[in-house]
Design a protein around this ligand. Structure first.
Ligand code: GLA
Length: 736
């Protein structure tokens, strides 16, 4: 029995991140308790008497941090055969651990065992909100150490965790596994929500109760890593969390390449969560004193359901991660679906005029503007030859930029700089720059191969594509960066050690992006990967937005954007109005407005009313876009369980909101039969509701003269009058 616990050590900051040393006073050696606290949660680590570093708690924080030390005593789950390392903060292999390790090595002498014991820890406070806890653990036998880092964002309830591995052995050490983070959750049940998909079917959710053994989420695709599965997931504890109830953890690996998340339910019914880069085909040879830094595992937790967790993540992303997360974005007209590869200067001049006519900020020229020997007239040739195609554009890109400027709009351009067509001058000149197995037949996805970004010369080349475009066209205002191929036949002619390929590729890509951002810090760039094949919080450090999917059918987009919205704020979601789907232009525009609005249609084919509708909608969007991008998102009616979808963005003063409502079932008589309960308003304020995006020659059916208290709107609700005649309804809620 433990008696009194006395607080003896240092408390690093008020409420922010507290590091405590607690002594058990029954004559035993000391237990050190290290809590990482955010506004609502705590992750608590413990140094046991034999210097093992353990996870003892993750969840709602306690009022009195001294009580964290009492937690382990209340779990009576039977014997830990691994001598108290089941809940290790960084599970090793080859010594006592019996379950999935976070780190596995072969030492310089060939020994494969690792045991990491606590040495010291320190806390560095960046400001009132951000703190970094670094814990040094070392092998008592080998000169091998790891620093476990926990960066906490107090107000956002977010933690980033990563590891820094070094050694001073008498030769190289091979790292076989090198996770970013190792958590340990103790709950009655665990429900995993994961995502899967393919081209044009991204972000399909699946929720299952985890059973004993390991569930692994991973990617081995190299470049377009999220094509079949992204690294984002949700983990509900005890029971599946709903929008407003339940305890849920959102996790994500900040890495654009191969990732791996292991969720292992052990013999004591606890869950070991290990996340980081995928170690698939990636044994890493670490030289003495070389520093191996893993990417971060990012997570947030809420005991108030999925909505709260997602708002925390959105706040974190806009405040700390997304490039220009609080800044402006440009509405645009893209020519991809309007022309595909079939265009020339006169055609583009017309589209530039249409950009102005429509009322958007920018014209975006897509694929097909480059390559001469093997012109890019389809997706089989020319990738890699970034010289402008002289037949299509005899006066170069400069003349297009000029024409845009003349029309009072900006100009942006598409590139796919990491890839190469087998039929290209680049491939002819530099076959050694291409990722391929020299002795095996080439295998393609979308008729192309990946360039070897582990090679500094290739990095210079890729950087040069962007730099040249900006140097030659200083008014260039936007870049769409595409990536349509996965890695087959992984092999680099540059690398000595092929098992470093997947890791060095991503490091190479990030180096290029660092260089681009050093010179062009704020130019908006869209992250595209044949749709949503590459979206993560490492890449969004360099990109202002991403392309969720090539599937722009608005009905599909309601569902897809809904799922993305749990993890990424709407300011990052590029949504274009296209001709996909059978819905009227109003429906398509209303759906695209829930994010960063763009168009990819033939403006000249719009009827007078359609054009007028779009022009007015863009004006309305410009007036409310800051609420959509920066406001708090509340999901009101889930399209998967209702015949309508409904959500609202509300500004931080709770004075303005924009509510989107759609009919998602076309069965007879379906619609908003009941009022939709609002959320996030001030109950004591009074609001008036006005309909936006009304189609020409139609009228709203809503009485816009009435006013309602926030209390009424959140208790009774409001009926947006969604029905088969009003399939999409956008409402503005204004405080009076
Ligand atoms: C990918 C993108 C599209 C378009 C084409 C161009 O498929 O996702 O938006 O840019 O490439 O080839």
């Amino acid at each position: 029995m433990k008696s009194k616990i006395q607080l003896i050590c240092r408390s690093v900051s008020y409420l922010l991140l507290i590091s405590l040393c607690l002594v058990n006073q029954i004559g035993k050696a000391q237990d050190i308790i290290i809590p990482v606290e955010t506004k609502n949660n705590a992750l608590v680590l413990q140094v046991t008497q034999n210097k093992d570093l353990s996870n003892i708690y993750i969840g709602k924080k306690l009022g009195n941090p001294a009580e964290y030390a009492n937690i382990p005593g209340h779990y009576k789950q039977g014997t830990d055969y691994s001598d108290g390392t089941l809940n290790s903060a960084y599970s090793t292999a080859g010594s006592r651990n019996l379950f999935e390790p976070a780190v596995t090595v072969t030492h310089a002498d060939g020994n494969k065992s690792l045991d990491l014991r606590y040495v010291s820890h320190k806390v560095t406070r960046t400001d009132n909100n951000v703190s970094l806890l670094s814990i040094l653990v070392k092998d008592p036998v080998y000169n091998f150490e790891v620093v476990l880092n926990y960066k906490s964002y107090y107000n956002e309830d977010v933690i980033e965790q990563w590891s820094v591995i070094t050694h001073q052995e008498k030769g190289n050490v091979i790292l076989h596994k090198f996770a970013s983070a190792n958590l340990y959750l103790q709950s009655r049940k665990y429900w995993l929500t994961q995502y899967h998909g393919d081209w044009a079917t991204e972000m399909k959710p699946e929720e299952v109760q985890l059973t004993h053994g390991i569930k692994t989420l991973d990617s081995k695709l190299g470049t377009r890593a999220n094509l079949f599965q992204p690294s984002v997931f949700m983990l509900s504890l005890d029971k599946p969390a709903t929008e407003d109830e339940g305890t849920v953890l959102y996790g994500s690996v900040e890495w654009s390449g191969n990732f791996r998340v292991d969720l292992e339910l052990d013999n004591k019914d606890n869950l070991r969560l290990i996340a980081g880069m995928n170690n698939y085909a990636s044994d890493y040879t670490l030289k003495p004193k070389e520093v191996f830094t893993t990417p971060a595992f990012l997570y947030t937790m809420s005991d108030k359901g999925k909505g709260d967790a997602s708002r925390n993540l959105h706040n974190w992303a806009r405040n700390y991660r997304i490039l220009d997360g609080k800044g402006n974005r440009l509405t645009l007209l893209n020519n991809w679906e309007a022309t595909y590869f079939d265009f020339d200067e006169p055609k583009l001049f017309e589209l530039i005029k249409d950009t102005k006519k429509l009322g958007v900020d920018l014209f975006l020229l897509d694929d097909g503007w480059f390559a001469n020997k093997y012109p890019r007239n389809g997706d089989v040739t020319g990738l890699g030859d970034w010289g402008v195609n002289k037949k299509k554009l005899p006066n170069g890109v400069a003349s297009l930029v000029q024409e845009a400027t003349k029309n009072g709009v900006k100009f942006g351009i598409w590139i796919e700089p990491e890839m190469v067509s087998p039929k290209s001058e680049l491939y002819e000149k530099h076959p050694d720059w291409v990722v391929k197995q020299p002795q095996r037949p080439e295998h393609y996805l979308r008729n192309q191969l990946v360039l070897d970004l582990t090679n500094p010369k290739v990095q210079d080349f890729v950087y040069g594509i962007v730099d040249d475009l900006f140097t030659e066209n200083p008014d260039l205002a936007y870049v769409k960066w595409d990536c349509n191929t996965v890695v087959f036949n992984a092999y680099s002619a540059h690398l000595k050690n092929q098992s470093h390929f997947y890791i060095e590729y991503m490091r190479g890509l990030y180096q290029v992006l660092e260089r681009i951002r050093a010179k062009y810090p704020k130019v908006p760039m869209m992250l595209c990967s044949g749709g949503g094949g590459r979206v993560d919080y490492a890449a969004l450090k360099y990109f202002t937005e991403f392309w969720p999917s090539d599937n722009t059918d608005p009905l599909e987009r309601i569902f897809m954007q809904w799922e993305y919205s749990y993890f990424y704020p709407s300011v990052t979601s590029s949504n274009h109005v296209t001709d996909w789907g059978k819905q009227p232009i109003k429906f398509r525009t209303d759906v695209a407005m829930m994010g960063k609005l763009g168009f990819d249609i033939v403006v000249s084919k719009l009827s007078a009313n359609e054009l007028k509708f779009c022009q007015d909608a863009i004006k309305s969007y410009d007036a409310v876009k800051s609420v959509i991008w920066q406001g708090d998102l509340y999901r009101l009616a889930d399209p998967r369980v209702n015949s309508i979808a409904s959500l609202v963005y509300i500004d931080d003063k709770k004075s303005t909101g924009v509510m989107f409502n759609y009919l998602v079932s076309n069965r007879y008589g379906e619609g908003s039969k009941l009022p939709v309960r609002l959320k996030g308003l001030d109950p004591n304020k009074t609001y008036r509701i006005k309909e936006l995006n009304i189609y020409p020659e139609t009228k709203t059916s809503i009485d816009e003269t009435k006013s309602y208290t926030g209390d009424f709107l959140m208790t009774v609700g409001f009926n947006p009058e969604v029905n088969e005649k009003r399939t999409s309804v956008v409402l503005q809620i204004n405080e009076i």
